[in-house]
Design a protein around this ligand. Structure first.
Ligand code: NAP
Length: 331
């Protein structure tokens, strides 16, 4: 039900049997890695489930050097076009497994395609955290959304809830207020992680009501979202504790903006070490604990601390340079 159209410049590709480098992921880190790898004349394949990364959901990116104000989808496209210009092969598939072989790795996709690679860069980014409450999956696309930019216009003159206390929730609340009759921002604490300027803007917006401290217990409806069951919380020593006090509110939709979690399942399956939050542990050269497997961008422990496009792109470049040096050392 997304209204956002992301035009990725990818046609059917002729896939070789063997590559110097397979990059998993086609966001800023993956594309940047590909651009650098091709400058080193490494035969490079990007395999990605989706193109562009989460940045394509950003309304405007205004902190990428040299591009003072650019829609996230356009920036995502530019990265892909740049990678394609240097003849990177790109296929849209999910990688199922990466198996260690004597001379490198065997990469197998969910569709059963296999390619050999001498080295791998994991640039798989992050995905939206779920509330994990009844109704969330059932009403996905029927009132439940994870992307304000994609779906805000669908809620013209409606009442919508936004859940979360970070920058994304505050940005979505303001975006939704341009379309909806009323926006209810629900957060589990009485204070917010969002930047103070964003909090001020939301508080000054007459269409936005802030409802705290509450968590969502259930999303209810018949054919689409109609009500939210909320439970009041209290903060004790920094911890959020449910109080048992329940309340129902009527809404036409709910935007879940409660942060991100790493796409590191493939890494873990491949023996790559992750930290306690699930982010891939890398050193300064973007090396993981598995020789020949590198990682870059928001899926790494370093990238996720800042979550900036410029940093993901920089890590992609470092990873590609490290791959080049690694492959050279093997010759
Ligand atoms: P975030 O800053 O991690 O905030 C997530 C919010 O969701 C927190 O307020 C958290 O509550 C709440 N939350 C987490 N799990 C929850 C649950 N199960 N139930 C209810 N609430 C829950 O995430 P974000 O807003 O998605 O932002 C993601 C990252 O992108 C951040 O690092 C952000 O700064 C960055 N970002 C940067 C820019 C920019 O650079 N201009 C713009 C947008 C986003 P607690 O407060 O209780 O933990």
């Amino acid at each position: 039900m997304s209204l956002l159209t992301f035009q990725a410049p990818v046609e059917e590709e002729e896939i070789k049997e063997k590559y110097d480098l397979v990059i998993v992921g086609a966001g800023p880190a993956g594309c940047s890695a590909a651009i650098y790898a091709r400058r080193f004349q490494l035969e490079t394949l990007i395999v990605a489930k989706e193109l562009g990364g989460l940045i394509v959901d950003a309304e405007i990116v205004d902190n990428y050097p040299g591009l003072p104000e650019i829609p996230g989808s356009e920036l995502g496209n530019k990265f892909l076009e740049h990678a394609k210009k240097y003849m990177t092969n790109i296929i849209m598939e999910e990688v199922e497994s990466i198996e260690k072989k004597e001379s490198g790795f065997l990469v197998r996709t969910m569709d059963g395609k296999t390619v050999e690679a001498r080295a791998i860069i994991l640039a798989t980014g992050e995905k939206h955290r779920k509330l994990n409450v009844p109704g969330e999956e059932e009403f996905l696309g029927r009132g439940v959304s994870y992307c304000g930019l994609c779906d805000a216009p669908l809620f013209k003159d409606r009442v919508v809830a936004v859940v979360g206390g970070g920058n994304v929730a505050f940005s979505d609340a303001q975006l939704l207020a341009k379309h909806a009759k009323k926006v209810i921002l629900i957060h589990r604490r009485n204070w917010f992680r969002a930047d103070p300027i964003e909090v001020k803007r939301v508080k000054e917006n007459s269409k936005i009501e802030i409802l705290t401290p509450y968590i969502v217990r259930e999303i209810k409806g018949d054919m689409k979202v109609e009500k939210l069951l909320l439970e009041k919380t209290k903060e004790v020593g920094g911890e959020v504790i449910p109080t048992g006090e329940l309340k129902e509110i009527e809404v036409d939709g709910i935007f879940v903006d409660i942060g991100l979690v790493p796409n590191s399942e493939l890494a873990k399956k491949s023996g790559v070490a992750v930290d306690e939050r699930g982010y891939i542990i890398v050193d300064d050269f973007m090396r993981t604990n598995v020789e020949g497997i590198f990682a870059a961008g928001d899926v790494t422990d370093k990238g996720s601390k800042f979550r900036q496009v410029v940093l993901a792109a920089a890590q992609g470049a470092i990873a590609a340079i490290s791959v080049y040096n690694y492959l050279k050392s093997k010759e």
